[in-house]
Write a protein that binds this ligand. Structure first.
Ligand SMILES: [Zn+2]
Length: 260
């Protein structure tokens, strides 16, 4: 700026460009010096709003509005107060009877009774539960914190080893770490509650390639349980059903709440 006041020595036109340059530079520097202040003034109300919104629980609504996925992510955490969704497939329901015993007891009635009681218990704990049929339309793209399909094994006498339970996840699982943890939780809690042994050696392709695994949303952790053999484990599966239910409920809670 000092050059400006000293430059008018003569009427030479050349003097003007050097004068114009600092002036232009001054105009550029002005806004540059102001910009942090301007930014602060612009951002401060926005930051204040976000702070207030999050304090009021509005941030979740804001993120929900911004992306539909936020709803699912927000529903995932394990606090029952947020009412995560759990899907239970009552094996064979709405389709066929499944295994049939000589006296007419069917697998579907055992599976359904177990699924409904597990649902009642989970709902009492604050979960949202869907009891689904074997080929339920809702399975397509089904989103939940966990999906468990409940089945039971054959009611024919095979040999004395045909006792015990099985739990498996999909072979082509898209969230294998989560589904493995679901399986581990169920194996541990179900074994503890029922006293049955884990029958890992007879997990079949039908279990790991179970149709519902291919229908649900790929981000839904899922497993299938064979609660026992209807022949040798019949007492437990019918008269001792509360231990079966307890084992499944505790297995799901272990996964959903990170409890043991
Ligand atoms: Zn079955």
């Amino acid at each position: 700026m000092a050059t400006l006041s000293h430059s008018p020595k003569g009427p030479r036109k050349r003097a003007r460009p050097p004068m114009a340059y600092p002036r232009t530079g001054g105009e550029i520097r002005g806004p540059r010096r102001l910009s942090p202040l301007v930014l602060f003034l612009l951002l401060f109300p926005a930051l204040l709003m976000v702070g207030l919104l999050s304090g009021l629980g509005g941030y979740r609504r804001l993120s929900t509005a911004l992306s539909g996925h936020e709803v699912y992510i927000a529903a995932q955490p394990v606090s029952p107060s947020r009412s995560p969704r759990v899907g239970l497939v009552a094996g064979h329901l709405g389709h066929d009877s499944g295994a049939v015993c000589a006296d007419g007891l069917t697998e579907v009635e055992v599976n359904t009774a177990i699924a409904r009681e597990v649902a009642r218990r989970l709902e009492a704990l604050g979960y949202t539960v869907d009891v689904l049929e074997e080929f339920d339309e809702r399975l397509h793209g089904y989103r939940a914190a966990a999906l468990l399909s409940i089945h039971a094994d054959s009611c024919e006498y095979i040999n004395e080893l045909a006792t015990g339970f099985k739990v498996a996840r999909a072979q082509a699982d898209m969230v294998p770490e989560q589904s493995d943890r679901l399986v581990a939780c169920l194996v541990s809690a179900y074994g503890r509650s029922t006293g049955l042994r884990f029958h890992a050696d007879s997990i079949t392709y039908d279990m790991t390639d179970y149709h519902a695994f291919r229908e649900i949303a790929p981000e839904t952790p899922a497993a299938i349980i064979e609660t026992g053999f209807l022949y040798l484990d019949r007492d437990l599966l019918t008269r001792g059903q509360e231990r079966v239910v307890e084992g499944i409920v505790e297995g799901l809670r272990c996964f959903l709440e990170g409890s043991e």
